[in-house]
Write a protein that binds this ligand. Structure first.
Ligand SMILES: [Zn+2]
Length: 418
């Protein structure tokens, strides 16, 4: 009897292992295509600055929209994001995501900027040697984030994003994915024109480090110009963001069908979206997403003991930063202190000498001026320490506070917590 029991247990074990193997192979078969979506910039790298938005926020919003539409429509596609939140990643880390997932397609999403506010239109880049100065300028600007990293010259094998000479390497480079990348870039551009009615600046080539390091067909989309007020408004609007995401999705539908055909796979019956976007749906999507995000945790002033387990979320809006403080069960608002370094009419880039080497600078817009700040603390002592550290570089730096979306003086803020 004991022997029978033993055999039965072994038999059960085999059935279990067999079951796991079958279900694993079924899952592997289900996912037949991996696309990596890369929202350009993030964290302390805001990308290009507009009057009402930062590039990193536009890129992320449209990337998340695109990913959601793909996930909703394609059951056999795995969507991998390099970032889903306001997070900084190096260019190499982004390429690593592509290669570690053995991606079939890589889509980088960026927003363009030019010294002249009249430049406008969408363009899609593939890797190659830039044939015009304008194309080289775009690659140089996007690659320049490398200089935010320490020892970037060693890490990037001597590649200097700001030196024209460094780009010669792209002339001698063989890219076996070039044809497919160009095919995909062309259908994206067609969709920007037909679905979104954008100005088509065409498919271009330039030496983008992030594309160079990614082993699959890859494109870098420049959605439009943040430096053009009309285009900035469109790309900041719910309607514009959803439309641009849908256009890229439509291009993806075509690309994926061609890929399946080439691979001898049954083509999916997913079709392009012809109807125009409903903005209400987009808003609901954003609210649901905001609830999912893990907000940045900040240290709370325990002496005041006013709130427990407080998480603070800084939402970049079109006008001013909104700071929402959320407790486990109820919403309260407590002041957030920041140090204002200076105000400027200019859009100052994060690595600009104006910041004298200070990193993690944020900004808000007030009365037409960009006001550059560092720190975000609920504890006044901590923000004072931050200010003291930078006083030698910025003797006029002072402490400000936000309650909700209202900027108030530090004095007023202190009264509310005493
Ligand atoms: Zn960019």
């Amino acid at each position: 009897m004991r022997l029978i029991k033993k055999y039965f247990a072994v038999f059960q074990y085999y059935i279990l292992v067999l079951g796991i193997c079958v279900s694993l192979s079924a899952n592997a078969q289900d996912v037949r295509f991996t696309v990596v979506l890369d929202a350009g910039h993030g964290g302390h790298d805001p990308g290009a600055m507009g009057d009402i938005m930062r590039e990193k926020d536009i890129n992320l919003s449209i990337t998340l929209d695109l990913g959601t539409i793909i996930e909703q429509n394609f059951k056999d596609v795995k969507v991998v994001y390099t970032r889903k939140t306001d997070k900084y990643l190096t260019l190499q880390e982004r390429a690593d995501v592509v290669n570690n997932h053995h991606a079939d397609l890589f889509i980088c999403i960026h927003t363009n900027a030019a010294p002249s506010p009249s430049a406008y239109g969408a363009e899609t880049f593939t890797l190659g040697l830039a044939k015009t100065k304008a194309n080289l300028d775009v690659a140089m600007r996007e690659n320049s984030v490398i200089t935010l990293e320490e020892n970037y010259k060693t890490k990037y094998h001597g590649f200097d994003p700001n030196s024209v000479d460094s780009y010669i390497m792209f002339e001698f480079m063989q890219d076996k994915y070039i044809d497919r990348s160009i095919d995909f870039a062309s259908i994206i551009q067609k969709q920007f024109l037909s679905y979104c009615n954008r100005s088509d600046r065409g498919v271009r080539q330039a030496g983008f480090w992030v594309l160079h390091r990614s082993a699959c067909p890859s494109v870098l989309v420049e959605l439009g110009f943040i430096s053009n007020p009309t285009e900035e408004r469109y790309l900041s609007s719910d309607q514009g963001q959803k439309e641009m995401a849908t256009a890229i999705f439509n291009a993806f539908v075509d690309y994926k069908r061609a890929h399946d055909k080439r691979s001898g796979l049954q083509t999916s019956n997913v079709t392009k979206i012809d109807q125009k976007v409903k903005v209400e749906e987009h808003k609901q999507l954003q609210v649901a997403r905001a609830a999912e995000e893990t907000p940045k945790k900040l240290v709370v002033n325990t002496q005041q003991n006013r709130v427990t387990d407080t998480v603070i979320k800084i939402i970049s809006t079109k006008q001013t930063p909104v700071i929402v403080t959320v407790t486990e069960s109820k919403i309260v608002q407590s002041p957030i202190f920041k140090v204002q370094l200076f105000a400027s009419k200019k859009n100052v880039k994060p690595n600009a000498p104006d910041f004298k080497g200070i990193k993690n600078v944020d900004y808000f817009i007030e009365k037409g001026l960009n006001k550059y700040t560092i720190g975000a603390e609920t504890d006044y002592q901590k923000i004072e320490n931050i200010r003291n550290k930078i006083l030698s570089k910025f003797p006029n730096a002072f402490i400000i506070a936000f309650v909700g979306d209202q900027k108030i003086s530090a004095k007023e803020a202190l009264k509310t917590i005493k």
